[in-house]
Design a protein. Structure first.
Length: 344
């Protein structure tokens, strides 16, 4: 039977697990906030900003991304940014989001930690009440900064333990191995935080091993370079450690030269708990639906693979078991008619 996969992808209940809230800053909002906060941008128009979004690697993106984040100054800015993102997710039938924020990007410019968290949390809470979108908030340490700076940031987060469930690690991978943050992650786990880390995006498979063995992470963000290490593939499959893969990001940052050459389909077929996510959608050309649509089309994914990706995403969430079961039921109920063949 022929299914219209595009229509199914647009309508299916979705989960986002790898999303940097600062990476949802669209050029229009960047300009509006620059004006209202009196921040001078190195661009004259929205078109000029979009034209600057040509990246040669991770670092070339990060330079622009951190510069853009300078317009975010007040609690209202963080609220507006998060609210706009969640409104889009409501339109895309996203049921649950786990989003990263990078406090050091802001505290390093003199914006207080609580200004950032209060704004983001208020929008997340509203989305839960108004639209039933559940969420988790992940504090991500910038790995190009010192372990000491990360530890200070962790201490600031302790007051917000009810709102922040998880800590992660992002920014420039090259030269900043996970083991640099061993002590910080030990302290974080002792305080009850779940841990995740970006690894194996640009960095070698050894960084994925370090994240697993030293930082004891529950998920790997990206992880596509696991493909180079067969023992690692076996480990990830055996323990069903989720990979939060971001296909459009990987192409924009030249981890893969073309979406048709992405290894997501292969990793999935090897039985790994692969998920599709959007990373920094304002910079990489698409939110979660667009990531699914383009990846399905480029790799020729079939319905069974789309169902598997959707179920993986629910399994990979940090929801509690009852919430997880409810969401899995919702996903399975959506797909059931297509699988049993009663819908043409
Ligand atoms: N990798 C590392 N750091 C990041 C990313 C990413 O893809 N996006 C935002 N910060
Ligand atoms: Zn990321």
């Amino acid at each position: 039977m022929v299914h219209n996969l595009e229509s199914i992808i647009r309508r299916m209940p979705k989960v986002e697990l790898h999303l940097h809230i600062e990476g949802t800053l669209e050029p229009e909002m960047m300009f509006a906030m620059a004006t209202r906060n009196g921040v001078k941008l190195p661009y004259h128009s929205v078109d000029e900003v979009r034209a600057a979004y040509q990246f040669s690697d991770l670092q070339s993106f990060l330079d622009i991304y951190y510069a853009g984040a300078a317009v975010l100054q007040k609690e209202q800015d963080f609220y507006d940014l998060t609210r706009a993102y969640l409104q889009k997710m409501q339109d895309e039938n996203v049921r649950h989001v786990e989003i990263f924020f990078d406090p050091q990007t802001h505290t390093g410019r003199g914006v207080e930690f609580d200004v950032v968290v209060n704004g983001i949390h208020r929008a997340l809470e509203e989305a839960r009440r108004e639209w039933g979108i559940s969420s988790r908030l992940i504090l991500s340490f910038l790995r190009h900064l010192s372990a000491e700076s990360a530890m200070n940031t962790l201490h600031q987060a302790l007051l917000f333990k009810n709102w922040i469930t998880t800590v992660g690690l992002d920014s420039s991978e090259d030269g900043h191995p996970p083991e640099k943050f061993l002590e910080v992650f030990n302290a974080a786990r002792k305080e009850g935080f779940i841990t995740v880390a970006h690894a194996g995006e640009e960095g070698p498979p050894d960084y994925i091993w370090q994240a697993l063995n030293h930082l004891q992470v529950s998920r790997i963000d990206h992880g596509v370079r696991a493909m180079e290490d067969s023992a690692l593939l076996e480990h990830l499959g055996k323990f069903q450690i989720p990979l939060t893969v971001c296909p459009l990001s990987n192409v924009k940052l030249r981890v893969f030269n073309d979406l048709r050459n992405h290894n997501l389909g292969t990793l999935l077929d090897k039985g790994l708990c692969v998920t599709i996510n959007s990373d920094d959608p304002a910079y990489f050309g698409g939110y979660i639906t667009e990531n699914f649509l383009q990846t399905q089309s480029a790799l020729g994914l079939n319905l069974k693979q789309i169902v598997r990706l959707s179920q993986n995403a629910v399994q990979a969430t940090f929801l509690d078991p009852i919430e997880k079961t409810a969401l899995l039921d919702e996903v399975n109920c959506f797909f059931d008619p297509y699988i049993s063949g009663s819908v043409h």
